[in-house]
Design a protein around this ligand. Structure first.
Ligand code: DHB
Length: 311
C-alpha cells in the first residue's frame, strides 16, 4: 500500500510533505527535508530582497499548536533559485513559494521561478504578518490583478496559498478566479491571521510583533482548514479532477491526513508538527495514513479522495 498521489499532474510518492515557512529558509534546512520522507520540498516564502523579519519572540509553541508573526524572514528569491538547482539531485519535486510586498513583485518573482529548476510555484496570497498590509486574498480585486499578470508566464503549474475563508460567498468568488486563471492547485489554509494569545503571569502578549497579533497554527485551526478544503473541492472538482487541493492546518497524524483526504485533498502539508517533532513526522504520518487506508480496504489515495459522507 502506498500513499502516492499527484498534485497539478506531478507525482508525489506519498501524501504528506512540508508546509512552507517551517525550517525551510536555508539550504541546510532544505537538505534536511530532502533527506526525510517528505515527497516534495517546498521552500520558505521569498520576497525580492532578503528580509530579516520581525523582532523576537515571534514564534511560540502553544499547548495545541503555535502562534507566529515571523515577518517573512528569507534570503531573497535569487538564493532560492540557486538552492533549487542544488536540490535537483534529490529527485523530489521542488516548490517555490513567492510573496510580494508590492503587487508588482509577483510578476518578477513568477518570471524568475518559471525559468528556474523548480517544478511548481505556490503563490502566497495570504501572509498575515506584514505590518500595515492586509492578506491579499481577502481583496478579490487585488488577487485578480495579480493573477492577470502572472497566469500566462511560463509553463510550470501555479498554485495559490489561500487564507481561511469563513463564508461560502468568499469561497465562491475565489473559486471563480481560480477557474478563470487556470490555477493548477490551491493550498488551504494559511495560518489564521491576527490572533491574540496572552500570558496571564506576565500580563503580556506572548509574541512581540504587531502588538502580539500573529498567525494561529496547529490543532486549533484544523476544522477551519478542513472546511476550506472541502468547500473548494466541491466548487472546483465537479467535472473530474481540475484543481488539486492541498490541505494544510493541524495535520499531525495519519488520522488527520485521512480527514483531509475524505474532504477531497490530493495531498497535505505539515508545518507545526514538523517544527515540534522534526523531519521524522513525514514518515510517521504517511505510515499511519497507509495503515488506516489498508484497514478500511482502500487500495489507494484516489479511491478515498473526497468520499466524505453527509448525515
Ligand atoms: C509568514 C507567515 C505566513 O503565514 C506566510 O504565509 C508567509 C510568511 C511570515 O510571517 O514569515
Amino acid at each position: 500500500m502506498s500513499s502516492g498521489t499527484k498534485i497539478a499532474g506531478i507525482s508525489l510518492n506519498s501524501y504528506t510533505f512540508n508546509a512552507s515557512g517551517v525550517n525551510d529558509s536555508t539550504f541546510e534546512e532544505l537538505e534536511i527535508i530532502a533527506n526525510s520522507a517528505s515527497p516534495a520540498i517546498i521552500m520558505k516564502s521569498c520576497t525580492l530582497e532578503p528580509k530579516k523579519g520581525n523582532n523576537e519572540p515571534r514564534y511560540i509553541r502553544l499547548p495545541f499548536g503555535s502562534i507566529q508573526c515571523m515577518g517573512l524572514p528569507n534570503l531573497g528569491y535569487r538564493e532560492y533559485i540557486k538552492f533549487a538547482s542544488r536540490l535537483k539531485k534529490y529527485k523530489k519535486p521542488i516548490i517555490a513559494s513567492v510573496a510580494g510586498l508590492h503587487f508588482s513583485d509577483y510578476q518578477t518573482l513568477v518570471e524568475a521561478f518559471q525559468k528556474s529548476d523548480i517544478d511548481l510555484i505556490e503563490v502566497n496570497l495570504s501572509c498575515p504578518n506584514i505590518e500595515g498590509k492586509s492578506q491579499i486574498a481577502y481583496d478579490i480585486g487585488l488577487a485578480e490583478d495579480i493573477l492577470a499578470r502572472i497566469w500566462k508566464i511560463g509553463k510550470k503549474p501555479i498554485g495559490l496559498k489561500l487564507p481561511p475563508y469563513y463564508d461560502s460567498a468568499h469561497q465562491e468568488d475565489m473559486a471563480e478566479l481560480i477557474r478563470r486563471f487556470n490555477v493548477s492547485f490551491i493550498t488551504c489554509i494559511n495560518s489564521v491571521g491576527n490572533t491574540l494569545v496572552i500570558d496571564t503571569e506576565t500580563e503580556t502578549t506572548v509574541i512581540k510583533p504587531k502588538k502580539g497579533l500573529g498567525g494561529l497554527c496547529g490543532d486549533y485551526i484544523k476544522p477551519i482548514a478542513l472546511a476550506n478544503a472541502r468547500n473548494f473541492y466541491e466548487l472546483l472538482n465537479k467535472e473530474g479532477d481540475k484543481v488539486s487541493i492541498i490541505g494544510c492546518g493541524g495535520i499531525k497524524s495519519g488520522s488527520d491526513a485521512f480527514e483531509f483526504l475524505l474532504a477531497g485533498a490530493d495531498a497535505v502539508q505539515v508545518g507545526t508538527a514538523f517544527e515540534k517533532e522534526g523531519p521524522s513526522c513525514f514518515k510517521r504520518i504517511n505510515k499511519e495514513l497507509e495503515s488506516i487506508l489498508e484497514r478500511k480496504g482502500y487500495k489507494n489515495i484516489q479511491e478515498a479522495k473526497g468520499r466524505l459522507k453527509y448525515l
